[in-house]
Design a binder for this molecule. Structure first.
Ligand code: PEP
Length: 249
């Protein structure tokens, strides 16, 4: 049985004061939910705050990116072991905003994925197609290529130490979520592709859906057999919305 997982991606939002109110409400809201796992991925400067507030609760915390290097002359970069110093369990890798806005490629995302695993962090590896790619019937080609960038380089064992996230770009930040059937179709494709290498790992890996999740649509998506939870952007900034999604687990 795969446990459901809900991950909040706060992106570049928050302040010490706002985070305290938000995270304390999330912690109280999910305290009695025993059927899922919950994570918030916060901006780097607030990792210590997340650690102080969430330690000892059933909410874990993580970051939204990491360097593939351990140290060196890399101004502005944050290493895997720095995230470990702040108790992170998870880190988002290859989010579409980084692929689009920060020149992230399959190669650089794969290197970060590997560095996270080597440090003992669980990467949440994001994949997804643009609207144009979907309309050209390229979804499986694009998602397959992104998946292969880790599967072929590092093998299925690496996937067993990760969480995967299908985030169609046309659904992220748009109020136009994938239907449960659309998401399920791609999740099945991902699981089958991993199964070609290792059936057991394919069966056990958690594949999250992300893109305009909210408390009203989460249950129908999470009820699909290959959808193991969600990666949540905007609704993770509103405690009652985020907790509402967590309740759908
Ligand atoms: C995201 O950015 O990962 C995301 C899923 O955003 P939203 O929930 O706002 O669509």
């Amino acid at each position: 049985m795969r446990r459901k997982l809900v991950v909040g991606n706060w992106k570049m939002n928050g302040s010490i004061a706002k985070n305290k109110v938000l995270l304390e409400a999330v912690i109280v809201g999910v305290r009695d939910l025993h059927h899922g796992d919950f994570v918030v991925c916060v901006p780097y400067p607030y990792l210590a705050q997340a650690q102080a507030l969430a330690q000892g609760t059933n909410v874990a915390w993580g970051a939204q990116n990491l360097s593939s290097n351990e140290d060196g002359a890399l101004t502005g970069a944050v290493s895997p072991s720095m995230l470990m110093d702040y108790g992170c369990s998870h880190v988002i890798v290859g989010h579409s905003e980084r692929r689009l806005l920060s020149h992230e490629t399959d190669d650089t995302a794969a290197a970060r994925f590997h560095a996270a695993i080597n440090a003992g962090l669980t990467p949440i590896f994001c994949m997804g197609e643009t609207l144009e790619e979907r309309e050209s019937d390229w979804t499986e080609y694009v998602v397959g290529r992104q998946l292969d960038s880790i599967l072929r380089r590092f093998g299925p064992e690496s996937v067993s130490k990760a969480v995967l996230a299908y985030e169609p770009l046309w659904a992220v930040g748009t109020d136009n979520p994938a239907t449960p059937a659309q998401a399920q179709e791609v999740h099945t494709f991902i699981r089958k592709r991993i199964a070609r290498c290792d059936k057991k790992i394919a069966k056990n890996v958690r594949i999250l859906y992300g893109g305009s999740l909210n408390p009203s649509n989460a249950k129908a998506l999470f009820d699909m057999p290959d959808i193991d939870g969600g990666l949540v952007g905007r609704c993770s900034l509103d405690a009652s919305a985020f907790v509402g999604i967590c309740k759908a687990t």
